[in-house]
Design a protein around this ligand. Structure first.
Ligand SMILES: *Cc1c(COP(=O)(O)O)cnc(C)c1O
Length: 652
């Protein structure tokens, strides 16, 4: 049975809940209009009541309608993300509470840059940050000094950039403080030590400095603040800062080979350069902690500073989950030896999986409880990774991915809000001095802290309301994610049946056991040993699984996506294993030949639609997909003779 709790949550694949959404949209649009009228009811209508009867008005309306009809018609060529036949990228139907809240808030047009422009939705954004903090296991009581702070961004890309900015600010601040040496403060002994304090100690030092400077008399306080500002990396720029501290080098950032390309973008944007992004080898597309430690050892020996280590919680291409707990152990060991770094978790994809690990009371759900519900999820390693989240310095989560919310909603959450002040910017015309110094008063001037300026308050309302209706624990929001895990487990089993069924026609392999709800599939025509031939075959299969604006949407049965496995990223052992499973010739895997022969093209499936297994109607879209794949593969094998290897041919 599909979980009845899910039935009211979405507009639905068939638009089943249209009446509810329509009622809400109309009700709250009227409500908004009354609000306008009640502002100063004594003001007469500025647009005359007869205006709508004039020919100009009617001509305008006709033009508008014409364009809207065209827009509506062309949008019919959109990708049907809502359908359980869509198992391509990281998107599915949007949650009805989020959609309704967004529609409701749009005509008010709040700007979450500051409380002046968004007296209501800005607090919702800060509370949404706290809701996410609770889900991740960070301190989330705003009365606590060390409470977490989270805000929304346009997406995971900007959240990752914010993580880099904060890590750099925290790393360089102690060096700047040492340079001005405020009397009476205890400071690191040299620049290397100051640059390697680690995020927690750097946050503490920043806090001590703020206490120290607040105790100085007025004119002295400004003098010391100005001196510090002049030494900060944000003021000097990278070249000025490192020229002043010649014993320090530009720091590197460590990330797994699966890292999203936003990390390279962020490195360029920050001026560190993509060349400073060092990819750590993996095991089964999960970061190898031993390799991480070896990389850190080498950095320490070479006195090469490390800004941050990124762990990915749900890699974009494979859904694999890095061992966050082991990464933290490496961080602690290296810190003890004098190499400090921040740890950021890129959970743009997997962040909302954390709801499954959270009890309604806020505690961590034991592995045994979870394994009573799911066959294979989570593995012990995955449970350990989620259990460790509270110890990392910051996290990226995308409400517009597994949070099932409309686009324009990413999030950045840092564990200790005291660090955020290092990012602050002042602009007198936007930000009045905060009155009280509590959590909300401080961060209501949100534009001071975030990369963006003007930003959507309606998006914040959508995230906040959704989290209120569906709290971020396993009994509420988790029911949606659980359905997605169920879909992935069904897909994994169906892949095994498909493999057996296709024996003799096709080699089928799931190159990595999935950690969550992304499953990849490698397909090779039986008898073929050439990588380039296999890749051509998979690309032709994919041609039947992608949007084609020239064809009617209905001509597509299913939607999928593809990715590639590159030997350099995959490592020798995994490459050999996958090549063997597909019966490919390892000598034909190289970049020097014609065609695409330096990597393996594979199908990728994101199983996040909550209605993949429709027991009510006795339909499994997953079984339907594999039946479709069988038909398409057979068709290609017969119509593309180069894919058909006669039985008697010597293929060796
Ligand atoms: C999607 C994704 C991003 C980028 O997020 P956007 O919202 O597309 O900007 C970053 N990291 C990971 C792991 C992702 O899956």
């Amino acid at each position: 049975m599909s979980d009845p709790n899910l039935h009211p949550l979405f507009l639905g694949p068939y638009g089943e809940n249209d009446a509810l959404l329509e009622k809400l949209v109309v009700e709250f649009l009227r409500d908004h209009v009354y609000w306008r009228r009640n502002f100063h009811p004594e003001d007469p209508p500025a647009i005359p009541t007869r205006a709508a009867q004039t020919p100009e008005f009617q001509a305008f309306e006709a033009r508008l309608r014409r364009e809207l009809h065209q827009l509506s018609a062309s949008l019919k060529r959109s990708v049907p993300f809502h359908s359980p036949r869509y198992i391509g990228h990281m998107v599915s139907d949007v949650l009805l509470p989020g959609l309704a809240a967004q529609f409701l808030a749009l005509p008010y047009n709040p700007n979450n840059v500051s409380a002046d422009a968004a007296p209501v939705t800005i607090d919702m954004e800060l509370k949404a940050g706290l809701q996410l903090a609770r889900m991740l296991g960070f301190p989330h009581d705003p009365a606590r000094e060390d409470c977490a702070f989270g805000h929304l961004t346009s997406g995971g890309t900007v959240a990752n950039y914010q993580a880099l900015r904060l890590a750099l600010a925290l790393k360089a601040f102690p060096v700047a403080l040492r340079a001005i040496a405020p009397p009476g403060m205890t400071l690191p002994c040299d620049d290397w030590a100051a640059f390697n304090l680690g995020a927690t100690a750097a946050t503490d030092l920043f806090d001590q400095w703020r206490c120290w400077v607040s105790r100085q008399p007025g004119s002295q306080r400004r003098h010391w603040q100005a001196r510090l500002e002049a030494e900060r990396i944000e003021q000097l720029g990278l070249s000025g800062f490192f020229a002043r501290h010649p014993e320090l080098r530009t720091p590197i950032v460590l990330a797994p080979v699966t890292a999203h390309y936003s990390w390279s973008k962020g490195m360029k944007l920050l001026g560190l350069g993509a060349g400073q992004l060092e990819l750590v080898p993996e095991h089964g597309m999960r970061m190898d902690p031993a390799a991480l430690e070896a990389t850190c050892e080498r950095a320490l020996a070479e006195r090469q500073p490390v800004l941050a280590c990124v762990a990915v919680l749900g890699s974009t291409e494979f859904g694999t989950i890095d061992p966050v707990d082991r990464v933290l152990q490496v961080r602690d060991r290296m810190l003890a030896r004098g190499l400090g770094m921040s740890v950021h978790v890129d959970a743009a994809w997997g962040g909302y999986l954390a709801t499954l690990f959270r009890t309604p009371e806020g505690g961590l759900r034991p592995l045994a409880d979870m394994r009573q519900v799911h066959a294979d999820f989570p593995s012990r390693e995955v449970h350990d990774a989620f259990a460790a989240l509270g110890g990392v310095d910051s996290v990226t989560v995308d409400p517009h991915k597994l949070g099932h919310l409309p686009y324009g909603a990413g999030a950045f959450v840092c564990r200790d809000q005291r660090a955020a002040e290092l990012l602050s910017e002042s602009a007198d015309y936007v930000f009045a001095p905060a009155g009280a110094d509590d959590f909300f008063s401080r961060f209501r001037q949100l534009g001071r802290f975030v990369p963006e300026g003007s930003k959507s308050g309606a998006a914040a309302a959508a995230v906040y309301v959704t989290h209120k209706v569906l709290p971020l624990d396993h009994a509420n929001f988790g029911t949606i994610v659980a359905e997605s895990i169920r879909g992935a487990e069904a897909f994994r089993q169906a892949a095994t049946r498909f493999k057996l069924r296709m024996a003799g026609r096709l080699r089928v392999d799931v190159p990595f056991e999935p950690d969550c709800n992304l499953v990849c599939l490698a397909l090779n025509p039986a008898g073929n040993r050439d990588v380039a031939v296999m890749n051509g075959f998979v690309r032709r299969v994919f041609d039947t699984l992608r949007a084609d604006p020239r064809l009617p949407l209905q001509s597509r049965e299913f939607f999928g996506s593809i990715t590639t496995l590159k030997p350099a990223a995959l490592g020798e052992a995994d490459t050999a294993r996958v090549m063997r499973a597909l019966e490919l010739d390892p000598d034909l895997l190289d970049g020097d030949r014609e065609g695409e022969s330096d990597r393996l093209v594979i199908l990728r499936h994101t199983l996040m639609n909550p209605f993949l297994l429709d027991e009510e109607n006795g339909i499994s879209y997953i079984d339907g997909y594999f039946d479709f794949l069988e038909r398409e593969c057979d068709r290609l094998l017969w119509t593309q003779p180069e894919h058909r290897i006669p039985d008697d041919q010597d293929v060796a």
